[in-house]
Design a protein around this ligand. Structure first.
Ligand SMILES: C[S@@+](CC[C@H](N)C(=O)[O-])C[C@H]1O[C@@H](n2cnc3c(N)ncnc32)[C@H](O)[C@@H]1O
Length: 523
């Protein structure tokens, strides 16, 4: 493609080399939802209860299995037990009961029970997370977490309905998102984030057509970037008898489900701290799930690409303070044995919340490295610390006194005076409030100094494979993806000059972000 500019490209008229799958690429999220009908012939995935409390039954707890001499298929498990996971009929049956998989789960052949010595410190050591995994599930963090939050912010979560100017969802007006969080200053980041995303999920149902959003193009651009990153870096399981599994940490409303179909995963696991988002993600998945999930190699080739041909499960939880088994096992007993290690961990637009404290980052990295198989990938998007540094060094503030940079679409307001050379020490807890019109309303985030993050990743056996800012990703990859991406998505990135990509205020707003990929070391 010759006429690509920074953040833009022209759409070729046709591409004869497009294969069937590419041509039939799924409808946009909106189309997909419109076309879909609930699948009444399949056993339902375990439903998240209406109040989102977790239905924990002792009879399904992993503790009950302790005499089974069950084996371990992931680094989360007890290394002394060697029986293959597929022999654990009891656990497998229990897992099937929840409808998340309809066939027995085969054990991975990778020697995950013999972790590379180099990584033993985080696989079994200092964080002692295996001990945590064996804790009785009746006292899970998820459970405690839900009880705790029952006392918090009920008003904040409900408030948005009353604040909406548009009462009639069929109105032509578009109501731009605004959150209403009381006493924000006195609240911790989790409370603010949860309330914010709960409100956003609720309001989005009443805002009007998303094509009218002031950031419609920007959203399409960001979605295109995620298609590209996942498309290039999700590595299918090398064992044809194993499902390809993606763990979507901080999954939000399930906005990346389409992308998971795009990369043909077999199983999706989504976790988010916002219960409203998880409910929405679950309902989106249920509406669009294929009638029959392909089980054989041949049927996988014939996927109905307008629907989700993968199994999925969703859970509410704090990915930065709890271990993955603590979050998942109470809802899906046996899931760790059955589906872990996974092939990909996706972490989109969320890690900046973890950089509040070093402990949170360590918990997150423990979760990631323990979840991934060797050769599996961590794929993420975060604000660029280089971009932030440039703004500081060049004093490119729109409000010097309030330490604020940005434009009419987005803004960053530092909590304290940033260091004049733009290098934050210590690297954690360097807060700023972020706003993005119609999406994020003055929510605290934390600078992610990328080199610090990269160094920590190496300690956890994750090596950097790719890092680029969004504009460069788009420019370099979009020629390959024009024919693959949905037409509406592409058209939704059309610029005023007829080319495709970001321009003006949007271009600076998307330029704030980078995409990265790490690979888990080992054999
Ligand atoms: C900007 S949204 C991104 C959602 C989704 N990944 C996407 O790309 O569309 C950030 C998400 O991170 C979630 N989040 C923030 N802190 C979290 C935590 N500690 N544990 C789990 N989810 C968290 C929020 O609830 C929100 O859904």
């Amino acid at each position: 493609m010759s006429n690509i500019e920074a953040g833009s490209a022209s759409l070729p008229d046709s591409n004869p080399s497009v294969n069937k799958d590419e041509k039939e690429l799924k409808s946009t999220e909106e189309n997909l939802e419109q076309e879909s009908k609930p699948d009444i012939n399949k056993p339902p995935i375990k439903k998240i209860k209406a109040d989102d409390s977790i239905d924990i039954s002792d009879s399904f707890s992993r503790r009950e299995n302790k005499d089974n001499n069950n084996s371990i298929s992931s680094v989360y498990n007890d290394e002394n037990k060697k029986t293959p996971a597929w022999m654990k009929s009891k656990t497998t049956d229990k897992y099937d009961k929840y409808g998340s998989r309809s066939t027995p789960i085969a054990a991975p052949t990778a020697p995950v029970n013999n972790p590379d010595e180099r990584y033993s410190k985080y696989m079994t050591g200092s964080l002692n997370s295996n001990d945590r995994v064996r804790r009785p599930p009746t006292e899970t963090t998820v459970n405690r977490y839900d009880k705790k939050r029952a006392h918090e912010e009920v008003d904040d979560d409900v408030a948005p309905y009353s604040n909406l100017a548009v009462a009639n969802p069929s109105s032509n007006l578009y109501q731009t998102f605004q959150s209403h969080i009381n006493n924000k200053e006195s609240k911790d980041i989790n409370s603010i984030v949860r309330s914010h995303y709960n409100q956003r999920t609720q309001q989005s149902k009443f805002q009007g057509s998303r094509t009218k959003s002031p950031i419609y193009k920007l959203r399409n651009f960001n979605n295109a970037i995620k298609y590209i990153l996942l498309g290039n870096w999700v590595k299918h399981n090398p064992d044809p008898n194993r499902p390809t599994v993606i763990l979507d940490l901080c999954c939000g409303k399930g906005g990346d489900l389409n992308k998971c179909e795009f990369v043909s995963v077999d199983q999706y696991i989504g976790i988010d701290i916002s219960d409203a988002s998880i409910k929405e993600a679950f309902s989106r998945y249920s509406r669009n799930k294929a009638r029959f999930i392909p089980q054989t190699a041949q049927s996988k080739k014939e996927r109905d690409t307008r629907r989700y041909n993968f199994e999925a499960c969703f859970a509410t939880g704090d990915c930065f303070s709890s271990s993955i088994p603590e979050i998942l096992e109470p809802n899906f007993p046996g899931i760790i044995d059955g589906l872990f290690p996974v092939d990909c961990v996706s972490l989109q637009f969320a890690m900046h919340y973890a950089f509040e404290t070093e402990e949170k980052v360590h918990q997150l990295l423990t979760n990631i490295t323990k979840s991934l198989r060797a050769g599996g990938t961590l794929i993420g998007t975060i604000p660029s610390s280089d971009f932030i540094k440039d703004k500081i060094v060049n004093r490119a503030f729109i409000d010097e006194e309030n330490r604020k940079f940005g434009n009419d679409l987005y803004s960053v307001t530092f909590h304290k005076d940033p260091p004049s050379e733009g290098v934050f020490r210590p690297p954690f807890g360097n807060g700023y409030n972020y706003s993005l019109k119609d999406a994020i309303d003055d929510v605290p985030e934390y600078v992610v100094p990328f080199e610090v993050f990269r160094g920590l990743c190496e300690e956890y056996g994750l090596v950097l494979k790719y890092k680029k800012n969004f504009i460069d990703i788009f420019n370099q990859e979009i020629p390959k993806y024009f024919s693959k991406l949905n037409k509406n998505l592409i058209e939704g990135m059309k610029r005023s000059d007829g080319k495709y990509g970001a321009e003006g205020l949007e271009k600076e707003a998307v330029g704030f972000y980078i995409g990265f990929v790490f690979e888990k070391l080992g054999n």
